[in-house]
Design a protein around this ligand. Structure first.
Ligand code: ACO
Length: 401
């Protein structure tokens, strides 16, 4: 990296690569994707094995520390995270100050930006113990913030954590408990754990690259992750899970049938896209989408919430997979195509779908930020440009324009 960097400086060579289609911004040991073969591995472990057997915090430990924890390491890590799930009382005021219909992603990024003000002892990006504390605090507090945002949007009292229910179970309780005791259904907790594991990292996507570039200026972990949350909110990125459900709802409620909708997509009618399809890196079935699809089928049937929209989604996929428009462009379902249906069956409103993605992506953002900060070849992110504006011209006084 250093040698190439100085060579480019000496020759004055600049490459233009919009959207970084062919430019690697870093080397990384965290996540491997083979987009042509549809392969995803975290630290070498195939995603389907982790999805089948691991807990979200176990995967978080793996991503951040590089190895699967043994029982004692996992126990200590989980205990530490669960000990910090409480939020300072002021966060009820901070979140409560937002309008009820404010998007929870705005609340999540704002509250994450506010965290270093409450935990100044954890902000130093170069002190390993403080970085570990910030790691634990972010993992611990993200679900609580998301749950508070959810309850605030419904005008319900924000209820604090009860760590004995476990990370995922307690998150469900903070979102859905309606006074009195709350026992999350094991299949719901299992499905949510799985979705969080599937979202935990995905190498240099838009939000992760944002986290890295903000961190490259030595901004602290919270500031960097907050920027990543904002990047994730875009409908071409994490916001796609919300957009998919809106698309399915529109199809169900409009006079258009599935075939007419697909014609509009292929004609690029008003730029309409089949949301939840296509990926910069996967030119094959997204391995996460395959796992989510079978989970959606199972969990919706189990909950007795098999939805007409699942049938619409499956029909869209069936058409797409045999249609030359999608085949030629190698467009397959991505992770977001089926997740929204599961979140909806769990009882989450569409606006909560992307915050759920953010809670899942937290370990990846943290691991990538830490890897970058520990890499001696890291330089501040500062892309070049090729200027195409006016050449030199003289200022014109206001009254002469
Ligand atoms: N529906 C219809 N056509 C599509 C779609 C789609 N979902 N995705 C891509 N295309 C078409 C484009 O129109 C383009 O066609 P052209 O060659 O005739 O111009 C071609 O396929 C290539 O598409 P690009 O936009 O150049 O691909 P890019 O890699 O830049 O974009 C992206 C990838 C943003 C994911 C895109 O596929 C998309 O918009 N998908 C829908 C949104 C979505 O699901 N995003 C979630 C991504 S996964 C994640 O963030 C978790």
């Amino acid at each position: 990296g250093v040698a190439i960097g100085s060579l480019l400086k000496e020759t004055g060579l600049v490459t233009v690569d919009p959207g970084f289609m062919n430019t690697a911004s870093c080397t990384s040991e965290i996540t491997y994707i083979d987009g042509d073969a549809g392969v995803l591995r975290y630290r070498g472990y195939p995603i389907d094995q982790l999805a089948k057997s691991s807990s979200f915090l176990e995967v978080a430990y793996l991503l951040v520390h590089g190895e699967l924890p043994n029982a004692a390491e996992l126990g200590a890590f989980v205990e530490r995270v669960e000990r910090h799930t409480h939020l300072h009382e002021n966060f009820r005021n901070l979140i409560g100050a937002f309008p009820r219909d404010a998007h929870p992603m705005a609340i999540l990024s704002s509250a994450v930006s506010a965290l270093p003000g409450y935990y100044p002892e954890s902000v130093d990006p170069f002190d390993p113990a403080r970085v570990e504390l910030a790691t634990v605090l972010l993992l611990a507090k993200a679900p609580t913030i998301a749950a508070y945002a959810h309850r605030h949007s419904l005008g319900q009292e924000m209820i604090g954590p009860e760590p004995s229910l476990g990370y995922v179970g307690d998150f469900l309780r903070m979102c859905f408990a309606d006074g009195g005791e709350y026992e999350p259904s094991p299949s719901l907790a299992e499905a949510l754990n799985l979705l969080l594991v599937l979202h935990a990292d995905h190498e240099q996507n838009c939000s992760t690259s944002t986290v890295r570039i903000v961190g490259s200026a030595h901004a602290n972990l919270y500031a960097s992750v907050s920027a990543g949350i904002n990047a994730l909110s875009g409908p071409l990125h994490g916001g796609a899970n919300e957009a998919v459900l809106e698309m399915l709802r529109d199809i169900r409620e409009s006079d258009d049938d599935v075939d007419t909708f697909m014609k509009r997509v292929k004609n690029k009618d008003k730029g309409v896209r089949l949301m939840g399809f296509g990926h910069r890196v996967y030119k094959n079935y997204d391995p996460r989408a395959a796992i989510v699809k079978s989970t959606a089928d199972r969990i919706l049937s189990e909950l007795g919430k098999r939805d007409e929209m699942l049938d619409i989604a499956m029909r869209l996929e069936e058409i797409a997979l045999s249609d030359s428009y999608f085949i030629e462009r190698k467009l397959y379902p991505n992770v977001d195509f089926y997740t929204g249906l599961i979140y909806k069956a769990m009882g989450f409103p569409t606006t909560m779908f992307t915050p759920l993605f953010a809670v899942g992506r937290m370990p990846g953002w943290i691991a990538q930020w830490r890897e970058m900060m520990n890499d001696p070849t890291t330089k501040i992110g500062r892309p070049r440009q090729v200027y195409t504006g006016h050449t030199d011209r003289d200022y014109v006084e206001l009254d002469a324009r």
